[in-house]
Design a protein around this ligand. Structure first.
Ligand code: ADP
Length: 909
């Protein structure tokens, strides 16, 4: 700007304010609008699709301008924040009058400091995190300013960075503060806000924290021994102090926890298991979506947190299970609790907003209603079991606060905020204003009687206020004290000195009433804020009840059972199901499967089977059942015993991180490396297709080496699915490993996946069948079949199109041939069960059952010469005509029962 230009005082004020917030879009309150100028205006016009205009703030000094109306500001704010902008909100802090109104930036809104209910995700937390790391440690502090939760955790040792990343992925913060001079070791989630390194100094942080919590020692807050995390907590406080100091009083406590306090899951495993997000990134199709039938937002948030932090202590798990069990048993009580829970609004966030003075009267009134519901829940303790009584009795309905709110506020929509009887001053003001209003209301009748003018009217308009209107024929009757104000067609309008007095009193009273009501409301907020801890405790207990009710409801609806959880290394699941897949395809369609690992069973299962057989589903279902057990939930199975799992590692499916410079195979190996290094004997490892991204030779060698390492050194419970069928033989020497596969039925040229796991090895891949199912053109499938047949019969070299020999290609097919024709694996090419499910009960550890040269379970075809007795042929025909692909498991069972009865009848003859 040219220094010679003389700008208005407002512009000077604006420039001062903008200089303090160069990184934020500055919203300056001017009357009914928030205005933006210069570059901020351009950005806002572009991002919000609002009009860009300009305005003069000095002679020949015009600046770009864009504005949003004050009453619709929230939706514009939400859009800017969602796009990653920070918005500094500058309000008028002095009364409009003569001269320039004083203005101040009261708050900078950022993704991690939102408090407006409409801008926050209701059923999940909105975290602001700060992180700091060195080569050997990682510190993290995070806060949800809408609820007041404030935590810190520090990770030390080789895996510190990986653990820091995993924790951040669990939290999915809306905003992360990082020091300017450090390049992040991983892709930081959420919006990243860079801060000056000095803001992360531990010494300053300790001072800041001591000041915040009015204490000298920070030991009680878990800061000792966690210097990086403490520095992060300080950075969080500093940031809040700069963006919105009104939030600071909310933070009354800080809790430190050790990384090993909960079951650990890295980001990859969380994603693979679809804990909170389904395959397409939304919550749909996730475990959370299946599980979450909580009734309140506070319950939903707690469930999400618990799902992210499965417990590691049996006592804690059993305590949670006891509550779920009691609620499962008492259906009536559960139904009543759930009915009440659905009426509880967000006590936690409202009480935080009260604390920071930003709650609205409507929110507080609703809080009062929710407290009444809490009280009603507490009363249910009288008819509850002893276990539930321990939960319900301590529920503080905060009767005194509910009564205070009830006595102070009127129901929203009643036209006034503060109830009659709450304040003598207010009541007196209202009484005198009501008297004036009544005087005004009766004026018309009074004046008509007094003057004898029957058409006299008392009315009001914006320009003149109240007036008395007399039509021209009656002008002669107008009393002397009437003062003429306006002439209109056919009539004159008058006022009287008394009318003017009463009108002035009425106007003043309206202003006074408004000011007094808002003063009384602020006082009410202050009184309630003193009880924020009690309100938070009530919210926490209601959330726990809601989660327990939801888990009981799911267990009831979906026939889940209570797992036994202990310190062993057992993982025994009888007829386990995948909760999400079962929900998607329906309970009748889902085939349950067992899993027996650790303790008396094998330590690792090597699972082969064709594509689409159900391997990934099975791997995930075992991991999910262990995880559900450790959050205190029932599990989808007939019975389960889970020895505590300290970490679940999964590598399921392939994905690239091309943007991050890693190919599919590189990613696969990086994840495998993490697992091999970090897993312990208590971990559960779920690996799908290790070595798929490279050549067969490399891949199977790597797969074998990884499996040997996990088996011999890590000794963790492991599920290892592979398409390298030869691997089964290669690892036969591992004593605690058992081969399992998914049985496939092949009859009359049709293939049906049974989705049933059994001891044994896959006979072949059924790739062509899957290709056909997937819609690959029939000519290609037939050609592939010809190539495969030629390879199997040893003519691989002659099978090129047009009969040209193709060296090399045939070799690969022959290697398949070797696998497929070595007696073991070729035994059921057609018309047989690919595995023997009768041997497949995995209840007890069965050594590999498939021996080379073993005869098939059923003959491929009946010898032609075999005479079929007449009474058998009907049965065989019935079987022959069965369309297995179309038959549901239930129908199959029914049919099997018929066949069994027929067989019994035949044998009895
Ligand atoms: P794979 O990993 O062997 O290729 P998936 O686990 O991806 O197979 O399963 C393939 C399909 O089979 C899935 O779409 C799933 O719906 C279905 N499926 C898997 N397991 C079962 C089961 N136990 N019962 C019924 N359907 C199943």
């Amino acid at each position: 700007m040219d220094p010679a230009v003389r700008v208005t005082p407002f512009w000077e004020q604006y420039c001062r304010l903008k200089a303090q917030h160069p990184d934020a879009i500055l919203w300056t309150r001017m009357g009914d609008f928030y205005e933006m100028f210069e570059e901020d205006a351009r950005v806002a016009a572009r991002e919000l699709h609002i009009t860009l205009t300009s305005r003069e703030f000095g002679k020949d000094f015009r600046v770009p301008l864009a504005g949003v109306p004050y009453h619709a500001a929230e939706s514009y704010l939400a859009r800017l924040i969602r796009k990653g902008f920070h918005v500094a909100i500058c309000e008028q802090v002095s009364e409009a009058g003569h001269g320039l109104v004083e203005r101040e930036v009261l708050r900078v809104v950022t993704p991690g400091t939102l408090t407006e209910p409409a801008l926050l995700p209701q059923r999940s937390n909105n975290y602001l995190a700060a992180l700091l790391w060195t080569d050997a440690a990682g510190g993290l502090a995070y806060v949800d300013v809408s609820t007041g939760e404030f935590y810190l955790v520090q990770f030390d040792g080789d895996a510190a960075t990986a653990m820091l990343e995993a924790e951040l992925r669990r939290l999915a913060p809306a905003e992360c503060l990082t020091p300017r001079d450090q390049a992040e070791p991983f892709d930081v989630p959420g919006h990243r806000t860079v801060r000056e390194p000095w803001q992360f100094e531990e010494g300053g942080a300790r001072e800041q924290l001591a000041l915040q919590f009015h204490t000298q020692s920070l030991a009680a807050f878990g800061c000792d021994g966690r210097p990086l995390a403490t520095a992060c907590a300080g950075a969080v406080l500093r940031y809040l102090g700069q963006t919105n100091p009104a939030l600071l009083p909310l933070l009354t406590s800080l809790r430190g926890y050790a990384p090993g306090s909960y079951m650990q899951l890295d980001g990859q495993s969380r994603r693979n298991l679809n804990l909170t997000r389904g395959a397409y990134g939304s919550q749909e199709g996730s475990l959370l979506a299946t599980l979450d039938c909580t009734q309140s937002a506070i319950g939903a948030r707690l469930l999400r947190r618990q799902l992210g932090q499965p417990l590691l202590d049996v006592v804690g798990i059993v305590a949670r299970q006891d509550i779920v069990a009691a609620l499962l048993d008492d259906r009536m009580l559960r139904a009543e609790l759930r009915r009440l829970l659905s009426r509880v609004l967000d006590i936690e966030r409202t009480s935080s907003r009260m604390h920071s003075g930003s709650a609205t009267p409507r929110e507080v009134w609703v809080l009062g209603q929710s407290l009444k519901v809490a009280r009603a829940m507490q009363r249910l303790a009288a008819c509850a079991s002893p276990t539930l009584q321990t939960m319900l009795r301590p529920l503080d309905g905060c009767d005194d606060l509910a009564a205070l709110i009830n006595g102070a506020l009127t129901e929203p929509g009643a036209g006034k905020t503060i109830a009659d009887g709450h304040s003598d001053e207010l009541d007196a003001l209202r009484a005198s204003s009501n008297a004036d209003r009544a005087w005004m209301g009766e004026l018309e009748v009074r004046e008509r009687t007094r003057t004898g003018i029957r058409s006299l009217k008392v009315a009001v308009n914006k320009v003149f206020g109240y007036y008395i209107e007399v039509t021209n024929p009656n002008r002669a009757l107008v009393p002397l004290e009437y003062v003429r104000k306006q002439t209109v067609a056919g009539a004159e309008r008058y006022v009287t000195p008394e009318l003017k007095d009463v009108e002035a009193r009425l106007l003043r009273a309206d202003d006074d009433l408004e000011a007094l009501e808002s003063r009384l409301f602020v006082n009410l907020l202050r009184r309630l804020a003193r009880h924020a801890d009690r309100l938070h405790a009530t919210a926490q207990r209601i959330a726990e009840l809601d989660v327990a009710c939801a888990l009981a409801e799911i267990a009831d609806q979906e026939r889940w059972v209570r797992p036994s959880v202990d310190e062993s290394t057992a993982l025994d699941i009888v007829n386990g199901r995948h909760p999400v897949v079962e929900r998607a395809i329906g309970a009748e369609g889902f085939i349950p499967n067992d899993c027996h690992l650790g303790a008396d069973g094998p330590q690792a299962l090597l699972i082969t089977g064709p594509n689409m057989a159900g391997k990934s589903t099975y791997l995930r279902q075992v991991a999910l059942i262990a995880l559900l057990a450790q959050i205190g939930s029932y599990v989808p199975a007939e019975a389960a015993r889970i020895g505590l799992v300290d970490r679940i590692f999964t590598r399921v499916g392939a994905h690239d991180d091309l943007a991050g410079g890693a190919s599919t195979f590189m990613m696969e190996m990086m994840e495998t490396a993490t697992i091999c290094r970090q897993a312990t004997a208590r971990s559960l490892i779920v690996l799908d297709e290790v070595g798929r991204g490279t050549s067969t030779e490399d891949g199977s060698a790597l797969a074998q080496a990884v499996l040997e390492h996990l088996h011999d050194h890590v000794q963790a419970r492991t599920l290892f699915a592979t398409h390298f069928r030869s691997l089964v033989q290669d690892v036969e020497h591992l004593p605690r490993l058992a081969p399992y596969t998914f049985a496939v039925l092949e009859l009359s040229g049709q293939v049906a996946f049974t989705h049933r796991i059994a001891s044994g090895v896959a006979d072949r891949s059924y790739g062509l069948h899957v290709a056909r199912l997937a819609g690959v053109p029939e000519n290609i499938v037939l050609r592939a079949q010809a190539l495969l047949d030629a390879a199997v019969t040893g003519q691989g070299r002659d099978c090129g199109p047009g009969g040209h020999p193709r060296p090399g290609y045939g070799e690969r097919l022959r290697s398949l041939d070797t696998e497929a024709s070595d007696g073991t694996r070729d035994r059921s090419r057609s018309g047989t069960l690919a595995t023997d499910p009768s041997s497949g009960s995995a209840h007890s550890y069965a050594p590999p059952v498939v021996e080379a040269g073993e005869t098939p379970a059923l003959p491929a075809t009946l010898p032609e010469a075999l005479p079929i007795p007449g009474h058998l042929s009907a049965l065989l025909r019935e079987l022959e005509q069965l369309d297995l692909v179309q038959t549901t498991p239930l129908q199959a069972l029914v049919k099997l029962a018929d066949v069994q009865q027929a067989a019994r009848r035949l044998l009895d003859r």
